[in-house]
Design a binder for this molecule. Structure first.
Ligand code: C2E
Ligand code: CA
Ligand code: CA
Length: 679
């Protein structure tokens, strides 16, 4: 898999998981453009790939803006500029022009440009996939209701495991399903409110009045609807989770409402019973308790952070099973509430101004503890979660640096974890802040990769050291093919960009064993240890979780997959699929050269990209028989087969193939791996 394929796969996956963005991949060498589905929908592009890249793209840009866009892309590709950032007008499929910002950068060592379009004034204020109102509209509607003292209910629902619909029926079907659901949601509302698409498979509803029964009924109808939904002759059955909040006197602004709504949705997911979780006046016991808890937690910040403490969870080298670092995780406890999980207060507090003080307390405490460990293990690093509100604070840079200077903490032993909400920051600002930290040797990790908005374009644009793949993909990796593909592709892509990967949520031996197939660098999860307090953490430092399978690593300690090693070797190498018309699925340059071809395209043209097209027609039946005989005798290995090939220049050569019969973890298809030489 070369880099372009790798990126294309990633775009596919983002399409499939509905984390889709307005993105494109412009491959200058092949003169093609690959669009994401949502961008295609927006512009009215018909095909996923467009040839004649330049002509294809300028159709969608205002004629006055084309020159600056094209010049910007060229400068980026020629390395004259780090990245592209231009304001321009792009053409919606209905023919109207809209202000947008195009951003992007060159993929390392390639002639490939990965771009992202931010549309500033969306064509008709509609979500392009579902035609519902958007997230921004939702906040505006709630804001207006608060200002006009109106009673309302906010409800959010999220579809569970939508990616399984995409993987079974394809993402075109998935997108259509979302569109049809949008229509149904509107009709179920019967004019009593409005429906919105927030992002991915999250929808919101604004209902007039305070009668929670209205929300419960609507939720019940939606649940019944999606439990047996008919589309294109298929019957789809999906589950949803939902949260709701009734207007009240405690929430002062729409942001407070919105974060409470998300918390309600999370509660519904946690309960795993698919019921609507409601924050309202009646069930206020739980809800008021929450608000009181948050008030108490907040008050602790003002009393020297009394009640807060940190737990540390080890980060384990996937290569040798030793502890290489830790993630600091915040906890709070009081006599009244006992030990409280950060999930219960961080979402509320993170953007509150008082959190800034607490954030500095966390840094100081975590680094002081880490300093003790570094005396024993000089390479030990501490991961600290940093919220966007911290990064945005104008004193943050100075405060962080002065704590480190004061403690004499070695900068390379700190890694900042950026939560996904950081993408809310202006990307230029974010990049410049991160560049500053990097210039001092501080490392940067992107947390929860693959969820919400932590996506590919962030990976391309930010100076990252590691990618933490969200536990959601890891937890079900044994049985969920989509998760397997996402993890595999993310790891491969990151490795090529020189970024190390961490798997979160390695919960048990089975997951650990299975994920050993992936070229991941480090692991985190309950299998090794839950987050524990400092005294217990230091007893883990000498532990080693022995690996049963050896791992391949390069000189820099980075993990390598076997295919990437073979693709660089001087001898020929190819793999073909026995289950799919002998199609060549992987071939290296040396093998292409053996056929007298200079490029993969030439090889494909010469051989039809199949093993049958490789072997001299007079030798083909004999070769097949020999392969079968050898395989039948030894199950998966063969000695070698010899046959003639006809090169591009017409010359006939004798080839010797040493082969293996293999299959992958994803399916039962059979592949032959051949290492070949000319004899
Ligand atoms: P996170 O940064 O994604 O942290 C990982 C969470 O996954 C932790 O939850 C950890 O206990 C949990 N976890 C680790 N291994 C496993 C596993 O194998 N299975 C399962 N099911 N869970 C596992 P925790 O400690 O409750 O933290 C929750 C979230 O709160 C964190 O998610 C992070 O977003 C936030 N948070 C925690 N501490 C801080 C902090 O100091 N600052 C900021 N800004 N956020 C924090
Ligand atoms: Ca984290
Ligand atoms: Ca995480």
């Amino acid at each position: 898999m070369d880099l372009v394929n790798c990126i294309n796969d990633m775009v596919n996956i983002f399409d499939e998981t509905n984390g889709a963005k307005y993105m494109l991949v412009w491959d200058k060498d092949n003169d093609t453009i690959r669009w994401t589905r949502v961008l295609m929908e927006y512009l009215g592009v018909d095909e996923v790939y467009s040839n004649n890249a330049r002509e294809s793209i300028i159709k969608y840009i205002h004629p006055d803006d084309c020159a600056k866009f094209l010049a910007g892309v060229n400068k980026t590709l020629q390395g004259e500029e780090d990245s592209l950032h231009v304001n321009l007008r792009i053409r919606h499929r209905n023919g109207t022009y809209h202000n947008a910002i195009a951003r992007g950068r060159k993929l390392i060592d390639s002639n490939v440009f990965v771009g992202n379009v931010l549309i500033l004034d969306d064509a008709d204020n509609r979500d392009v996939l579902t035609n519902l109102n958007t997230f921004t509209d939702f906040l505006n509607v709630v804001n207006d209701a608060i200002e006009n003292n109106q009673d309302f209910i906010m409800m959010a629902i999220e579809i569970d495991h939508f990616h399984s619909v995409n993987s079974v029926y394809g993402f075109d079907f998935g997108n259509r399903l979302l569109f049809e659901l949008g229509i149904c949601f509107k009709s179920l509302l019967k004019g009593r409110g409005k429906a919105f698409r927030l992002e991915g498979t999250k929808f919101a509803f604004y209902l007039v009045g305070k009668d929670i029964e209205v929300a419960r009924k609507l939720y019940g109808h939606i649940k019944a609807l999606v439990h047996e939904f008919h589309l294109d002759g298929h019957v789809i059955s999906i589950d949803i989770n939902g949260g709701a909040i009734v207007s009240n006197e405690y929430h002062k602004d729409y942001q407070a409402y919105y974060s409470s709504l998300l918390v309600a949705l999370e509660r519904s997911k946690d309960a795993r019973n698919g019921q609507l979780f409601v924050f309202d006046d009646d069930n206020s016991s739980g809800y008021m308790e929450d608000l009181q808890l948050i008030e108490k937690v907040k008050a602790s910040i003002f009393t020297n952070c009394n009640g807060f403490y940190l737990c540390y969870q080890p980060l384990i080298s996937a290569i040798n099973g030793t502890v290489i670092g830790a993630e600091a995780l915040l906890r709070w406890r009081s006599d009244e509430y006992g030990n409280v999980s950060p999930y219960r207060f961080i979402p509320y507090l993170e953007s509150h101004p008082s959190f800034y003080q607490l954030g500095l307390w966390i840094i100081r405490k975590a680094l002081s503890d880490a300093l003790e460990i570094i005396k024993l293990k000089p390479n030990f690093f501490m991961n600290i979660n940093i919220s966007y509100a911290q990064l945005e604070h104008k004193r943050f840079k100075n405060d962080l640096m002065s704590i480190m200077d004061e403690l004499k903490y070695p900068k390379a032993n700190l890694q900042i974890e950026l939560t996904e909400r950081c993408k809310n920051l202006n990307i230029k600002f974010l990049k410049s802040e991160l560049d500053y930290f990097k210039s001092y040797g501080i490392k940067i990790a992107l947390d929860d990769f693959g969820t919400g908005s932590s996506g590919l374009e962030l990976v391309g644009q930010l100076p990252l050291d590691s990618l933490k793949i969200d536990q959601g993909f890891v937890r079900d990796i044994l049985n969920n093919k989509t998760s397997q593909v996402i993890v595999d592709t993310a790891v491969e892509c990151a490795a090529r960009l020189g970024i190390v990967t961490c798997l979160e949520g390695v919960e048990d031996e089975n997951i650990r064993e299975f994920t050993h197939n992936y070229a991941v660098n480090y692991h985190q999860g309950y299998f090794y240890s839950k987050p524990v307090e400092y005294n217990e953490f230091i007893t883990l430092l000498d532990k080693q979780w022995i690996n049963t399978k050896p791992r391949l690593i390069n000189r820099n300690g980075g993990a390598m997959s076997t295919t990437s090693i073979l693709s660089r070797m001087p001898g020929g190498f190819f793999i073909y699929s026995a289950s799919d018309n002998e199609r060549i699925v992987e071939i290296n340059e040396a093998a292409i050269e053996m056929f007298g071809c200079e490029t993969l395209d030439e090889f494909v043209e010469l051989t039809g990209n199949s093993f049958k097209g490789i072997v001299h027609p007079e030798d083909y039946d004999r070769v097949q028989n020999e392969i079968n005989e050898q395989i039948n005798n030894s199950e998966s290995e063969m000695d070698y087969v010899e046959y003639r090939i006809i090169r591009k220049d017409g010359e006939v050569r004798n080839i010797r193939d040493y082969g293996h019969l293999v299959h992958t973890d994803y399916n039962d298809d059979l592949y032959y791996v051949f290492i070949n030489e000319i004899v």
